[in-house]
Design a protein. Structure first.
Length: 295
């Protein structure tokens, strides 16, 4: 089950001494994240940034003074399945995989393993999670975030950064930001995250950033319209100007116009009670006009 981590949540970093793992671990520590252990293939490394380093997740679970509740994975595409499998078999409650370009059959195995073991798996290709003022997990750019009451959940990280910056510019800020991953096959969808945000006291409203391919937005609309007292939600899906193309490797999108798909999703979300944002440059302005923030 997806949950929102806090500053006390113990975090494991798999691939802590890799180029990306090292950079983002240092940034997470500076933000105040509670990283209790790392895993590295480098046999001579015992500590890194004053964090104990082990050679497997199993060793972490046996020897670490505090057992991690979240693991963040910085791996190569070929190594990601092995690393994910270790964390899943250890039953770490939530795993965030930042690796991009994971082969689809590996991503499917990750999802199946996570479901079988009752583990929440976010990603692959997730930029992570930030609960503003609490903790940063993954490769989130901490400097973009100012504290607010709007929470963001989305697929495209670059669009997410644009939305977060706009929310800061209009004086709203962000409570939590969750990157699901932009790959075709991901494990955690919108619904579990939105369900957690609806219960979160820091979140007053929610912004959802979808994608043109897939069915996740329909699933979200079905869930949202059943809520008796939902928090206000906005949605935006990029890609309206793109035409159908055999060169675009989007599953099922080679024979349809992107605008037609977006219009269908737009209407479904509006019918469910979600507010629609027409253009990416209007995200901050639209929410600012329609939201009432309680102090």
């Amino acid at each position: 089950m997806f949950f929102l981590p806090s500053k006390e949540t113990p975090i494991l970093c798999q691939g802590i001494t890799s180029s990306s793992g090292a950079v983002h671990t240092e940034l997470a520590l500076a933000y105040g994240s509670h990283i209790v252990a790392g895993v590295s293939a480098e046999k001579n490394v015992k500590t890194f940034l004053n964090i104990p380093v082990y050679h497997s997740v199993q060793e972490v679970m046996q020897k670490a003074s505090e057992k991690p509740k979240v693991s963040v994975i910085f791996s190569t595409p070929s190594q990601a399945l092995k690393d994910a499998g270790e964390a899943i078999e250890a039953r770490i409650p939530m795993i965030v995989c930042t690796t991009e370009g994971v082969p689809m059959h590996d991503a499917l195995k990750m999802r199946e393993l996570a479901e079988k073991n009752g583990v929440c798996f976010v990603g692959p290709s997730s930029s992570g999670i930030v609960c503003v003022g609490e903790t940063l997990i993954g490769s989130m750019p901490a400097h973009l975030f100012s504290k607010g009451k709007i929470s963001v959940v989305g697929r495209s990280s670059s669009l997410m950064w644009e939305a977060v910056e706009q929310l800061k510019q209009v004086g709203l800020g962000v409570a939590t930001c969750v990157s699901l991953g932009a790959d075709h096959l991901i494990a955690t969808t919108f619904v579990p995250v939105v369900k957690a945000l609806l219960k979160d006291k820091e979140t007053q409203s929610i912004l959802v950033l979808g994608q043109v391919h897939g069915e996740l937005e329909y699933e979200l609309a079905e869930f949202y319209k059943k809520q008796k007292e939902p928090k206000k939600m906005w949605a935006y899906i990029p890609g309206r100007s793109l035409e159908k193309s055999d060169k675009r490797p989007l599953l099922g999108m080679q024979t349809v116009k992107f605008a037609d798909v977006i219009d269908a999703k737009k209407q479904t979300l509006i019918d469910a009670g979600v507010y629609w944002i027409e253009r990416p440059d209007l995200i901050g302005q639209t929410i600012k006009k329609q939201v009432r923030i309680k102090k």
